[in-house]
Design a protein around this ligand. Structure first.
Ligand code: F6P
Length: 332
C-alpha cells in the first residue's frame, strides 16, 4: 500500500484531531502518503483534499473540533454519491479510507464498499457513545466532563434559590452522557431513553419524588438530568408543568453544543491515538468493512455493521445504583 486517506464525518467530537494526528504519524512511519478529505463525505465528492504531513498535525492534539472540518452528507444515501466517491478515490490512487465518525458515517462507509474496491475502516468518534463494538467512542469522556462542569455550576444557583433545574444533555437517543453526568454530579433524578417509561408515568414519578425529598430535607435545590429528544415538547414544557404541580420554581437549561467543544480530556486523547494508529495497522493488514474499537483494554476490529445493528446498553450496575440512590433520597 502506498496511499491512505481519512475524513471526519457527522457530529465533531473532542479527540478527532488527536486521532488525525495518530493516523498521519503512523502512516508516515510505515512510509505511506496520507491524504485528508475535508468536510466529511462532501470532500470525496468535491475532490477537496490535502496531503497531510507532520507539519499539519503539530499542536492539534489539544484542540477540539476537527482540522479537516466535518459535515453530514445526506446525498451519500443515494447510489450516485458513493459511485462518484469511488471514482475520485481511484483517480487519486487511494487504497484505504479511514472514516472517523458515528453510526451514520459508518452506514455511509458500508455503502461505499458496495461501489469501491479499496479498503474502508471506521473509527468511532462521537460524544454520544452510541456505537456498538467499543467501550467508549472518541469524545465521549470530554462531553461527560463538560456536562458535569456545567451541572456543578447550575447547582450553585439552584442551591441559592432552592429551585428545581432540568438540565438537558446531548446523546441523540442514548443516555450515556446523561447517566454518567448525573451520577458524577449527584443529580436528584434522571430521565434517560433507555429506562424512562411513558410521559404521564415519569411526570407523576418526578412530582412524587420532589415532594418526598422536600419533606425529608426541606426547601433545597433539585437537579434533574434529561437526555435530549426524550420529552415530547421539550424540557421548557416539562419545567412549566413541574412548576405548576409542585409550586416550586423550575427552570430549564439546555447545554447543547458546548458538549461537543473544548479541549479533549486525556482519556479521549489516548483512546483517539490508540484507535488511529491501530486503524492504519489494520489497513496494512488488508482489513476492510470493519470498525476498530477497544473493549476491556483490548483493541478489536469487527464488521462495521455491528456498530449500528445492535443497541449498545448502559452499564446496568450504574443504572441500578442511580435508581437505588433516588429511592434512598425520598425515604423519611
Ligand atoms: O452526534 C452528536 C450530536 O451532538 C448529538 O448528540 C446531537 O443529537 C446531534 O449530534 C446534533 O447534530 P447537528 O450538529 O446536526 O445539529
Amino acid at each position: 500500500m502506498r496511499k491512505i486517506a481519512l475524513l471526519t464525518s457527522g457530529g465533531d467530537a473532542p479527540g478527532m484531531n488527536a486521532c488525525i494526528r495518530a493516523i498521519v504519524l503512523t502512516s508516515l512511519r510505515y512510509g505511506l502518503e496520507v491524504y485528508g478529505y475535508r468536510h466529511g463525505y462532501n470532500g470525496l465528492l468535491e475532490q477537496e483534499y490535502l496531503n497531510l504531513r507532520s507539519k499539519n498535525i503539530q499542536n492539534i492534539i489539544q484542540r477540539g473540533g476537527t482540522i479537516l472540518n466535518s459535515a453530514r452528507c445526506l446525498s451519500f444515501k443515494s447510489d450516485d454519491a458513493p459511485k462518484m466517491a469511488a471514482k475520485n478515490l481511484d483517480a487519486l490512487g487511494i487504497e484505504a479510507l479511514l472514516v472517523i465518525g458515528g453510526d451514520g458515517s459508518f452506514r455511509g462507509a458500508k455503502h461505499l464498499t458496495e461501489f469501491w474496491s479499496g479498503q474502508v475502516i471506521g473509527i468511532p468518534g462521537t460524544i454520544d457513545n452510541d456505537v456498538n463494538g467499543t467501550d467508549a467512542t472518541i469524545g465521549y469522556y470530554t462531553a461527560i466532563e463538560t456536562a458535569l462542569d456545567s451541572i456543578d455550576k447550575v447547582r450553585d444557583t439552584a442551591d441559592a434559590f432552592e429551585r428545581i433545574f432540568l438540565i438537558e444533555v446531548m446523546g441523540r437517543h442514548a443516555g450515556f452522557i446523561g447517566l454518567n453526568a448525573a451520577i458524577a454530579s449527584a443529580a436528584d433524578h434522571i430521565l434517560l431513553p433507555e429506562i424512562s417509561r411513558s410521559c404521564d408515568h415519569e411526570l407523576e414519578n418526578l412530582v412524587e419524588h420532589i415532594e418526598a425529598v422536600k419533606k425529608r430535607r426541606g426547601n433545597s435545590s433539585y437537579i434533574v438530568v434529561v437526555t435530549e429528544n426524550l420529552w415530547p415538547d421539550g424540557i421548557t414544557n416539562l419545567a412549566e408543568m413541574l412548576t405548576e404541580k409542585t409550586q416550586i420554581d423550575c427552570r430549564p437549561v439546555i447545554l447543547g453544543y458546548i458538549q461537543r467543544g473544548g479541549s479533549p480530556v486525556s482519556q479521549d486523547r489516548v483512546l483517539a491515538t490508540k484507535l488511529g494508529a491501530f486503524a492504519v495497522e489494520m489497513a496494512l493488514e488488508g482489513k476492510s468493512g470493519v470498525m476498530v474499537g477497544e473493549i476491556n483494554q483490548q483493541l478489536v476490529c469487527n464488521d462495521i455493521q455491528t456498530s449500528w445493528q445492535k443497541n449498545k446498553a448502559l452499564d446496568p450496575y450504574l443504572v441500578k445504583i442511580q435508581q437505588d440512590l433516588f429511592d434512598i433520597l425520598k425515604r423519611p
